[in-house]
Ligand binder design. Structure first.
Ligand code: PHE
Length: 454
């Protein structure tokens, strides 16, 4: 195959691996997507199902991606081609690249909103607004084409600039400092939110399961959210896995990252829902939820100006450490498979994704009436990538490791060629051979209405 440099880039340290991988996992998926999807799907019961999926399906899929990537040392498409030459498994790789296009397009649009909210924080734009006015402010912002478009391109350019400079030097260095800061700020917000008058109904909305709200679609949404939040099912972690050094403990890495990711999602829920109820906002109000609730909280805090500014900056950073991981999937593919230089591959990737991205941005304004299967372009990308492509990708990834690489192949890689004890292998093999694929297939078919067992 063409264009694979002898000295492929890699992560520098074990902490670097965690920072980059957790940086990919932790992002808008936790703080923007999780609260509103949970809100639309009944709260507590959704959370329990979500946690179950992280443990039983998410972590095994993540381990399988690491195994594939680190043993092949290639991009997502090249990995399957190398491990299964002449077989059609590379199609999973192509699907992963397709999912990366879709995710990057709508995700960068939302990341751009974060820049607008940084700007509003700077000019003190929330000052004196009621909760209704904050609501209007959000919808009139996304409803005017040029501003969100501008921010979209700024964010895409930032992502591209980092990717061009390689894997190790930029982001690995900064994520180590910035991610802990995000955690601290989120803590402060949780404290403010849960002490608001009326917070209790928000807490019980998040933690008290009402299973009557659960439908097959809810369960599919929980699965999709688990995949989306962990960055699994499309080869982000195959690509990142290919940069992990051979002496790293993949099992520990997967568990730590999944844990950190889940912890941040729950914290975000605890910051958002009490405020949702305290300010009379609809929990099911969709993708504006965080952008409307948080400014409400900031207005109720001493020092809200500075907290607001810091928070949106860090949210932007969290988004950036995720967008680079998605862009890296495409850039690694273009550079290794088409033999392009990293710079050219980045230009090609960012400009082609931007075509779809612009349509996502305009879905709230000029293209609001353009509907495909009843979805705007934005929602089509958001819904289908998370709830269809990622679970489908995850299904084939575990099948590939379980039935194609097999126990010996997986054990070889996960034990670092016999150097680590991997007592979890029998359990892991059982899960990826039977439990995970059957569960994914069932939830998927039931969720999209192809079978009906209820
Ligand atoms: N996991 C990221 C988040 O939660 C989003 C993402 C999805 C990143 C898929 C890479 C791949 O924000």
């Amino acid at each position: 195959m063409s264009g694979i440099p002898a000295n492929r880039d890699s992560f520098g340290s074990r902490f670097g691996v965690i920072a980059a991988t957790a940086g990919s996992a932790i992002g808008l998926g936790n703080i923007w997507r999780f609260p509103y999807v949970a809100g639309e799907n009944g709260g507590g019961a959704f959370l329990i199902i979500y946690l179950g999926f992280i443990l039983l399906i998410g972590i095994p899929v993540m381990l399988s991606e690491f195994t594939i990537g680190r043993s092949a040392q290639r991009n997502v498409f090249g990995s399957f081609r190398k491990l299964a030459p002449g077989k059609p498994w590379y199609l999973i790789g192509l699907m992963g690249v397709g999912a990366a296009f879709m995710i990057l397009a709508f995700y960068t649009a939302v990341a751009g909103w974060t820049l607008e909210y940084i700007f509003q924080s700077v000019i003190n734009g929330f000052e004196g607004l009621s909760s209704n006015q904050l609501n209007d402010m959000f919808y009139s912002f996304i409803g005017t084409p040029w501003r969100p478009l501008l921010w979209f391109f700024v964010f895409m350019a930032l992502t591209g600039a980092i990717i061009m400079s390689g894997v190790q030097k930029g982001i690995e260095k900064y994520t180590k400092i910035l991610m802990p800061m995000l955690l601290v700020l989120l803590f402060i917000l949780v404290v403010r939110s849960v002490t608001l008058p009326g917070a209790a109904s928000g807490i019980s909305f998040l933690f008290k399961p009402d299973f009557s709200k659960i439908t097959p679609t809810t369960i599919l949404e929980a699965l999709g959210q688990a995949f989306f939040s962990l960055s699994i099912g499309m080869g982000t972690l195959i690509t990142y896995g290919s940069y992990i050094q051979k002496n790293d403990n993949l099992g520990n890495t997967a568990v730590s990252v999944a844990f950190a990711d889940t912890f941040i999602a729950i914290l975000a829920g605890l910051a958002i829902f009490p405020a949702v109820f305290a300010f009379g906002i609809e929990p099911g109000s969709g993708e504006g939820l965080v952008y409307i609730t948080l400014p409400n909280i900031f207005l109720q805090m001493p020092g809200g100006y500075i907290f607001s500014l810091m928070f949106f900056i860090l949210l932007g950073v969290a988004a950036l450490t995720s967008t680079i991981s998605v862009l890296e999937v495409i850039v690694a593919f273009f550079s290794e498979e088409l033999g392009l230089k990293r710079k050219a591959a980045t230009w090609l990737a960012t400009s082609s994704v931007s075509i779809l991205g612009v349509m996502c941005v305009l879905s709230s304004s000029t293209m609001a009436d353009v509907k495909i299967f009843g979805f705007t372009v934005f929602n089509l990308m958001n819904f289908t990538s998370a709830n269809i492509l990622l679970p489908l990708g995850g299904f084939f990834i575990v099948i590939f490791v379980a039935w194609f690489l097999g126990r010996d192949g997986a054990k070889e890689e996960l034990s670092n060629q016999g150097k680590l004890k991997v007592r979890y292998i029998p359990f892991y093999m059982f899960v990826i051979k039977f439990l995970a694929p059957l569960a994914i297939a069932f939830i998927f078919l039931q969720g999209v209405g192809l079978i009906n067992f209820s």
